[in-house]
Design a protein around this ligand. Structure first.
Ligand code: FES
Length: 379
């Protein structure tokens, strides 16, 4: 290889002190590893969605991507056993006069194994039939020892109304019956590391958050979310779900891709004490951010006030309140009516420029150029 095709990346003694690091090769970068004095260099760009391999860690002979932990052999770039053909380009490395030299260009090509797309990856499609109603109960309880939940009780009643009186298809998801992992903060590493479908969903077939994504993104036209008030905020399971939905919102900001259009949300909020409006405000804020719209008076709430600690009476009061049931059914009616109008007008279907200015131009450009498909070597 001619001399000019080697790049001096530094002193061997110094570089050998770190098992893995990024080194610059002109405008590109490589992941340089050193194990027992032997150097290896592979592309810095992960095959998955472009994670910076040199910022990961070395596990034996494998570089582990810092974003979602794919592994590549540190000198050949091949994937881990069983996935060898899923490989990133490798660079030649040599040590001369105490300096580490890396070939400016890779000497093998990138190869990405074809994976069947995750079922959630399909483009969301508007359906033409009557609105479909999804209820999500976010209260927590031990399924083996169930208790009465006031928010869930009102939700179940509203779904019954949708089925029997409006003749609509309904689904009910109780988060306490789903096993799903908490968000692991991929977004905090890089916006591009927070993928659609969620990286956890793609990696962990046992994770049941896919049912929530399927319901909200692909199936429902109307989504009713029920929560208790816990210390002035929505339930912990509500927050766990919402954190996992960052991937839906993130598609708007980094890809200008709106997954949720022409769908309506309403909320049921009940608590022994107060803070209803703050809880509603946070819920409205989040669901608005992912593209949902709301009927007039988009939530039904109940609270008996600050000094009402007699929770048994709280449950009784909701169970016996025809007014609350009627109010929740009326909320469902308003949401369904709005969903029908949206279906006719497709108000939100035309592109809303950059999600109402949420998508960042620079971020979108950066993200497009960091995808492994878009780089030439790709180094
Ligand atoms: S594992 Fe590398 S980007 Fe996802």
């Amino acid at each position: 290889m001619p001399k000019e095709q080697w790049i001096d990346v530094g002193a061997a003694a110094e570089l050998a002190m770190k098992p893995l690091q990024e080194v610059a090769l002109g405008h590109k970068r490589a992941a340089l590893s050193c194990l027992e004095g032997r150097f290896g260099a592979i592309s810095n760009v992960c095959n998955h969605v472009g994670g910076p391999l040199g910022q990961g860690k070395l596990e034996g002979e494998y570089v582990v991507c810092p974003w979602h932990y794919y592994k590549f052999q540190r000198t050949t770039g091949e994937g881990e056993p069983g996935y060898e053909a899923d490989r990133v380009p490798k660079h030649e490395v040599k040590v001369e006069k105490g300096r580490v030299l890396v070939s400016a260009e890779p000497v093998t090509k990138r190869n990405k194994l074809r994976h069947d797309p995750h079922p959630l990856e399909r483009e969301p499609e508007a359906h033409d039939g009557p609105p479909r109603v999804l209820g999500i109960s976010t209260t927590n309880m031990d399924a083996g020892h169930p208790r009465t939940s006031t928010s869930e009780l009102l939700l179940v009643d509203a779904l019954e109304h949708a089925r029997t009186e409006l003749g609509l298809e309904t689904r009910l998801l109780k988060l306490h019956e789903l096993a799903f992992r908490a968000c692991e903060g991929f977004y905090s590493k890089s916006a591009d590391a927070c993928t659609w479908p969620c990286s956890i969903t793609q990696m962990d077939p046992k994770d049941q958050m896919d049912q929530v994504y399927e319901g909200i993104v692909h199936w429902a036209d109307v989504i009713l979310v029920a929560t208790p008030i816990r210390w002035g905020t929505a339930s912990s399971l509500y927050h766990k779900m919402v954190e996992r939905m960052n991937c839906v919102q993130n598609q708007i900001t980094i890809r200008d891709r709106v997954l949720v259009r022409d769908k309506v949300a309403g909320f049921i909020i009940t608590g022994g004490q107060d803070n209803v409006q703050a809880v509603a405000g946070a819920m409205l804020g989040f669901f608005a951010e992912i593209g949902l719209v709301f009927p007039p008076f988009p939530y039904v709430a109940h609270s008996r006030g600050w000094s009402a600690e007699d929770m048994e009476n709280n449950v009784k009061s909701v169970e016996s309140s025809e007014e609350l049931r009627e109010g929740t059914r009326a909320l469902l009616d308003r949401a369904v009516e709005l969903a029908k109008r949206l279906k006719q007008s497709r108000l939100c279907t035309p592109s809303i420029p950059r999600g109402g200015r949420k998508a960042h131009r620079e971020r979108m450009a950066e993200s497009a150029s960091s995808r492994p498909d878009s780089s030439s070597d790709s180094g």
